[in-house]
Design a protein around this ligand. Sequence first.
Ligand SMILES: Nc1ncnc2c1ncn2[C@@H]1O[C@H](COP(=O)(O)OP(=O)(O)O)[C@@H](O)[C@H]1O
Ligand SMILES: [Mg+2]
Length: 419
Amino acid sequence: MAILEGIQIQNYRALQRFTLGKTLYEREQDALPRLVTVIGANGSGKSSLLDALGFLGDCLAEGVEAACDKPHRGGFERMRTQGSAEAVKFEVRYKETPIARPISYSLQIACDARGRAQVVYERLRQRRKGQAYGQPYSFLELTNGQGYAWSGTEGFEQGTGTGKGAPAAMEGSERVPIKMKDRQVLGIATLGTLANHDRVVAFRDFLSGWYLSCFVPELARSPSQAGADPHLDRRGENLSRYLQYVERANPEGFRQMLSRIAEKVPGIIDITPKTERDRRLVLEFSAKGFPDPFYQQDMSDGTLKMLAYLLLMEDPSPAPLIGIEEPDNGLHHQLLATLAQEFKEYASKARGPQILITTHAPNFVDALTPEEVWILDKGSDGFSRLSRAADLKGVREMFAEGIPMGSLWYSNHFGIGNP
Ligand SMILES: Nc1ncnc2c1ncn2[C@@H]1O[C@H](COP(=O)(O)OP(=O)(O)O)[C@@H](O)[C@H]1O
Ligand SMILES: [Mg+2]
């Protein structure tokens, strides 16, 4: 599975200069693990972080202006960090496989004189085969919509990197001049459809596969149309249709999945699927002490949330990266550590996704290690600051002595608010 090693974000809402994990410019940091949890108080920038990830996907799918103008972003100027006149910048470092050479993607977005957002800079870089050190070489660079791309897997622009390494094997590679007609469109969106640009195709697929979940129990409660969807959508609106898909694909596996889930949802003894006369699939929940079943509409927010996350983790072909916003809301604190443990196991599966979770619940992080927890807070300048728990003084030692991460946070050992 492809993995995000790190991301740097600049001038995106409260993320004025923000780095998570290892990037081209912060190479001394560790690459991100399979499960990344970001904790922080209200207003510390958790939603901004997940929204920034969603923004990249939206830019790729719909173009940069449409991405900026989504109702919750309100246009480029509102999205850019207040007081900044610079471009909004992203630096993404990823690996296609654990043994692949990492690829770094740079993207800068600014607005033109009329206030329209446009792509001003894009670059893809990778070390050459055998290059052990030094700056990677470019294989795509576009400034104001113009530049070049190298096709194949070993074509690189001469003189862009610094490492010695083996000379570039240029067979099968071709330097293609590029002039973008539409400055709203990412170069990787266009080149990522060409068969002989495999590196760009792979990166575009990785980025466009990111999945962000912000489950809204109320939406899962309302009845949906009959039919089947292969994946649970962002807000859980199509819960029934997703269940229908899983049931059709593997009826026996589906029943086993429901009993696994029933074991993990407190108070529920059994979950049985039933097909209505209009072909909709409904779930009957048998609860302790009640002879008649309950239905989705009757279930509490917490039960539905737990159900949705457990279902998400049953997806046989998950997205490469899953972002989950505050799964703790509406869940009992005793369930949180269980849920964190489930996410951790899911992320560590051979074909499991990388998972990035934001939370403000100390109990949730009790199941995690100092290497899996980042703390976000607001600096005195009003911008978000991020630190990894493992890098804070004394945290590793206290954790080794048996103090869980949530307790360390709760008792303020993470030094939130300190300069
Ligand atoms: N364009 C911007 N420039 C600077 N700060 C911003 C901008 N937009 C929003 N913010 C600030 O970002 C902070 C973090 O918001 P948010 O990401 O929603 O936090 P959380 O999800 O952790 O509660 C808010 O306090 C808000 O004032
Ligand atoms: Mg938020």
